[in-house]
Design a protein around this ligand. Structure first.
Ligand code: GLN
Length: 484
């Protein structure tokens, strides 16, 4: 059962091959067996999962279940889940039990999904390796000495190791697509505003977006259809029709114009990854797509731009964690200032502190124009580059990450090298565009990801292209042997 996709499991449940309770019990068993090795979970909600599974089985028997009835899912520990610990990977939220569900969580539950737990992540989603988590690093199922990427590393490791068929994630600069690439699975970051951010712990509000991590593009389409759409509780959620993403998958790649960015294949890209990405582009070309070389002249500025904008927004968002209203409070404060300083000092980890300090600096009166305002202007240039490109092409394809998975500890002393991991993903966040990473082969036995980016609200196009690619190849069916 555990090797099947959501689609396969849905069919199995419908045929009565197994019940949702049997499926849930089997997966909870795998989560327990591999828990210590992977550290992919912060909380496992076994008891409520079994209750939900029983309800789903009853609904199926009555013919009333929703589109995800009885299907297992896990949520990144950044999504608020009613009555369940929601830590965001931080000590400061170490005992925060949310009083409400995030819209994404609510919509999945309404559709009948069974939540098995909450996954480990970089603290406040700041990181590319899952090493900034207060709950310890997650390991990569392909080689447990390596990082699964981040910040949705727990979600990615759980799906890659076949502990669950699907998970939610969030992507502010690459945190769905990069870990999906490094663990050989599918990661979809929708258009900014496509999915409600209500109930997501905020990192950088103009960049954050919820999405999914699955093993097939088809499963990603299924979940996006459930999650997407206007939510009155998030004023940035878009009032834009939600198409039938699954029906849209049959659109052939024949005639599709695929942009290949010249700047994506420079010396920063590992040669064996480049070779795999080029081979996947050739496969799409053979299937009838045309490859068009394009330029994104300002894309080289995306990492520095992001590392001004994201810390600025984070310094503001994280000011709510003050030891009074939320989260960790230090013991025996002398006065209010001591309460703030020690609660935050004890509650946040080093990377989060670094971001808060950088963000406060770039927003300060003397430096606002020089850094923050300038970064906003460059952000516009980057958006314009994409807009110009999409006048010529339907999708942009290239690498998701510059290398395959790296060793745990390898980049922790050098934040800049760590930040460069998102060099190919951050542009889509700055411009608010949808992107997906799909497995496209192996380099030295480790998975490589192909990224497809589309115009605003063109999830249908990138999902169809990804799905068609998965009909041509079977990279996505390969899993790590130790977790077979
Ligand atoms: N790695 C990037 C960062 O640390 C992106 C994180 C994310 O997408 N949440 O900010």
């Amino acid at each position: 059962m555990h090797r099947q996709t959501l689609r396969g499991l849905y069919d199995g449940l419908s045929r009565g091959d197994f019940s949702s309770r049997e499926l849930t019990e089997a997966l909870l068993g795998r989560i327990e067996a591999h828990g210590a090795t992977l550290n992919a979970f912060i909380t496992v909600t076994a008891e409520s999962a079994l209750l939900q599974a029983d309800l789903a089985d009853k609904a199926r028997a009555n013919g009333t279940g929703g589109p995800l009835n009885g299907l297992p899912i896990v949520h990144k520990d950044l999504f608020c889940t009613k009555g369940v610990l929601t830590t965001c990977g931080s000590k400061i939220l170490g005992d925060f039990v949310s009083p409400y569900d995030a819209t994404v969580v609510q919509r999945m539950a309404d559709a009948g999904a069974v939540m098995l737990g909450k996954t480990n992540m970089d603290e406040f989603a700041m990181g590319s390796s899952n090493e900034t988590s207060f709950y310890g690093p997650v390991t990569n199922p392909w080689n447990t000495k390596l990082s699964p990427g981040g910040s949705s590393g727990g979600s990615a490791a759980a799906v890659a190791a076949r502990l669950v068929p699907a998970a939610t994630g969030t992507d502010t600069g690459g945190s769905i697509r990069q870990p999906a690439a490094l663990t050989g699975i599918v990661g979809l970051k929708p258009t900014y505003g496509r999915v409600s951010r209500y109930g997501m712990v905020a990192f950088a509000s103009s960049l954050d977006q919820a999405g999914v991590i699955t093993r097939s593009a088809e499963d990603a389409a299924l979940l996006l259809g459930v999650m997407a759409g206007l939510d009155k509780r998030d004023s940035t959620s878009a009032d834009h029709p939600v198409p039938d993403y699954v029906a849209g998958l049959s659109k052939p790649v024949k005639g599709l114009k695929i942009g290949v960015v010249r700047q994506h294949f420079d010396e920063g890209l590992d040669a064996s990854c480049a070779e795999r990405v080029r081979a996947s582009l050739a496969a799409l070309e053979d299937a009838g797509a045309s490859l068009v070389e394009i330029d994104l002249p300002s894309i080289g500025l995306s990492v520095p731009t992001y590392y001004v904008v994201a810390p600025a927004e984070c310094s503001s968002n994280l000011s709510r964690f003050d030891g009074v209203r939320f989260g960790h409070r230090c013991g025996d404060p002398e006065d209010l200032s001591d309460l703030y300083c020690r609660s935050r000092g004890e509650g946040f980890g080093a990377e989060v502190k670094r971001r808060i300090m950088t963000g406060t600096y770039v927003l300060s009166a003397g430096y606002y124009d020089a850094y923050y305002l300038k970064a906003q202007k460059v952000r516009q240039l980057i958006s314009r580059d994409f807009k110009n490109a999409f006048e010529k092409v339907d999708v942009i394809a290239g690498p998701t990450a510059p290398t395959t998975a790296f060793a745990i500890g390898e980049k922790t002393d050098d934040p800049i090298t760590m930040y460069l991991n998102d060099i190919y993903t951050i542009g889509a966040n700055l411009a608010g565009l949808p992107g997906i990473s799909v497995p496209c082969g192996f380099a030295d036995g480790l998975p490589v990801g192909l990224q497809l980016v589309g115009p605003h609200f063109a999830e249908e196009t990138i999902l169809a292209c990804a799905h068609q690619y998965q009909q041509l190849t079977d990279w996505h069916t390969e899993g790590p042997e130790d977790f077979a």
